[in-house]
Write a protein that binds this ligand. Sequence first.
Ligand SMILES: *Cc1c(COP(=O)(O)O)cnc(C)c1O
Length: 485
Amino acid sequence: MKYYDKLIFDLSKEGRQGYSLPANKWEALVSELPAGLLRAEAPALPQVSELDVVRHYTNLSQMNFGVDSGFYPLGSCTMKYNPKINEEIAAMPAFAGLHPLQPAGTVQGVLRLYKELSHALSEITGMAEFTLDPFAGAHGELTGLMIIRQYHMSRGDLKRTKVIVPDSAHGTNPASAAVCGLEIVQVKSKENGLVDVEDLKPLLDDTIAGIMMTNPNTLGLFEKDIKEIAALVHDCGGLLYYDGANMNPLIGMVRPGDMGFDVLHLNLHKSFSTPHGGGGPGSGPVGVAAHLAQHLPVPKVVEDEDGLLHVVGDDPMTCGQISGFMGNFGVLLRAYTYILMLGKQNVRMVGPLAVLGANYIKESLKDCYKLPIESVCKHEFVFDGLLDQSTGVTTLDIAKRLLDYGFHAPTIYFPLLFHQAIMIEPTETESKETLDGFIEIMRHIAAEAISDPESLKTAPHTTPVRRLDETTAARQPVLKVKDMN
Ligand SMILES: *Cc1c(COP(=O)(O)O)cnc(C)c1O
């Protein structure tokens, strides 16, 4: 039996103790409790020493893979290192002990932080104002689309019910548009992976509420025609929505506001170093150009003439309320810490270094892996499986084999434009040595595909569980030991 097959209960030995309360104090406490609340018998807790407990949970924690334990090149997801100072700041009692219903007068510093983070994000993106209320990227998309809808409705322009979404878009884009009650119209990509402007033109009329674009797009390519697209969409009366979940490569280089975008969301849990994974908590702030500021959701933070900050809970022009309070404050705090720790000078280095790392890996591997679109990429790029596909080794096999070598697998089978898509994003915080180590292993795997394809098809070999059924692992996860037996 391996340690991970054991429950803490399996380690129990009658009479073993991890910790005991001083008997005199304990008895005094018990005697004060009403008899009706006392247990007749002690609960069936495991009887273990402190060392048993520490080893058990430390070992379990290492069965998982995290950015703190190894390289995590997950494309379209920016698994960026989470600086530990973020955690130190977020754990400070003055922040951790806040209550969301505290009167504004007692939380002026917190409201100031809300304002200052909004301001920093406006500077970075070229937008006029931000709301920090949304809890995730997709939630930000919904908020942004609600703002767009509110804008058209407030002008009495009620025909605009369609949103254009490129075929390369992240799945949340059409999903958010549908949740917002908008109709989705798809625009095609060209051979080179960029939005086809000729395909877009005939779609533009007075029923278009806007277009959702990702730039760089989900192939990691910069949409070079963005200025022309912006002009075309604006001329037909639509607005431009920017999916800035993966803003990382642009940070410090270019600003969506300057490209002509009217609304955007960012993922603080991707580009701004807050923890990402396990389903949250995340944060998807939404920025808008000046003409849309009045439609931002409530509650809003506003400043009076005396410099005091207030929370405004209603506004006739707002798109509505999208979160219980004002976002995931602990996440906002971490992102704010990250921006301040980098400072203006170093924030400018984020994008260029992310782009350099991605291109370095791409160029170092393109003689073994199929690069479907030859181009300078931004923060990520997509291979279409191995160059030599005669061995029958698939992208899934490569991803599983990487686990044996201590790397998290990249994103696979997304975007849907290629059959064997493998999408790699290193982020700017990785050293050249880490990138070189990854390149070496990827080359080694390509060689193994020829010399020993079986070792790839049966990978992983070193992980606590081997190759799982992809569907049932997600849809019917076995989370209880009882189900395993
Ligand atoms: C991650 C991502 C999203 C969705 O963000 P969530 O926080 O997971 O809701 C949207 N668009 C793109 C391009 C993304 O990469």
